[in-house]
Ligand binder design. Structure first.
Ligand SMILES: C[S@@+](CC[C@H](N)C(=O)[O-])C[C@H]1O[C@@H](n2cnc3c(N)ncnc32)[C@H](O)[C@@H]1O
Length: 226
């Protein structure tokens, strides 16, 4: 129904996996007025629009991304709204950029209604990006600890890949460092990158060793404070 958004030839595989899982989660958990914390380009706006009443993108003014997609300027630590106002939340590839993740989870919890769901995408093995605001990577144990400490019940915690997707996708990013001159003109790296992504996608179906996942998807529910 939708194309793979936010993707270029070099990361069509991981973006495809994220989008597939986001759609499945959205059908069950994302609804009403949703806050998208660290929205960046708001890449999933079109995919999510059938499920939502409002998609409120929050980001800070120093973001690397186009400010035109931001509905609410603030930070993950200080969302400029009342408490208990949102029906759902999305926070995709942001927690690693936050120096105080616990504080950010508390703030997300504050603005959600009791019983509302939040969907997070959180990397475990990935290269440094959006420097210098790149602070952490998370194992599933760290994720569980942080969410439970901040008044969330974890409903789903899913590793999105095994070793081969992680390794293959990182290798493609590495290769793109050499994408210049004749290699770029003849699209050799683009082609090689697509072949590698296709190949690792197939092997990942055979060997899903989740210990090497590049990313987790978390669905968490705001608990009653009492
Ligand atoms: C890797 S991008 C992800 C963007 C988008 N969520 C996506 O999935 O494409 C990380 C985002 O986190 C935002 N960010 C970094 N520090 C932040 C903070 N303290 N408060 C809110 N957003 C922050 C950045 O501006 C950026 O938009």
């Amino acid at each position: 129904m939708f194309g793979i958004v936010n993707s270029q030839a070099h990361n069509v595989l991981v973006q495809g996996i994220i989008q597939k899982n986001l759609l499945i989660a959205a059908k069950q958990y994302l609804k009403g007025d949703m806050i998208d914390i660290g929205c960046g380009k708001k890449p999933y706006a079109e995919v999510l629009s059938p499920f939502l009443n409002r998609h409120v993108g929050l980001d800070h003014e120093e973001t690397f991304h186009d400010l035109g997609n931001i509905d609410l300027f603030g930070t993950a630590y200080e969302i400029p709204t009342d408490s208990n106002v949102f029906d759902s939340a999305l926070c995709s590839a942001v927690l690693e950029h936050l120096e105080e993740p616990e504080q950010a989870l508390q703030e997300c919890n504050r603005v959600l209604k009791v019983g509302a769901y939040a969907v997070y995408f959180i990397p475990f093995i990935w290269h440094i990006h959006e420097e210098p605001r790149d602070f952490y990577r998370y194992s599933k144990y760290g994720i569980k600890y942080l969410f439970e400490k901040t008044n969330f019940e974890i409903i789903e915690l899913k590793a999105l890949s095994g070793f081969w997707v992680t390794f293959g996708q990182l290798f493609v990013y590495y290769l793109y460092r050499f994408n210049r001159g004749p290699l770029r003109w003849f699209k050799i790296i683009n082609l090689l990158g697509l072949l590698i992504q296709g190949f690792v996608y197939l092997i990942n179906k055979i060997d899903r060793t989740e210990k090497w996942t590049w990313m987790y998807m978390v669905v968490a529910k705001k608990k009653d404070e009492s």
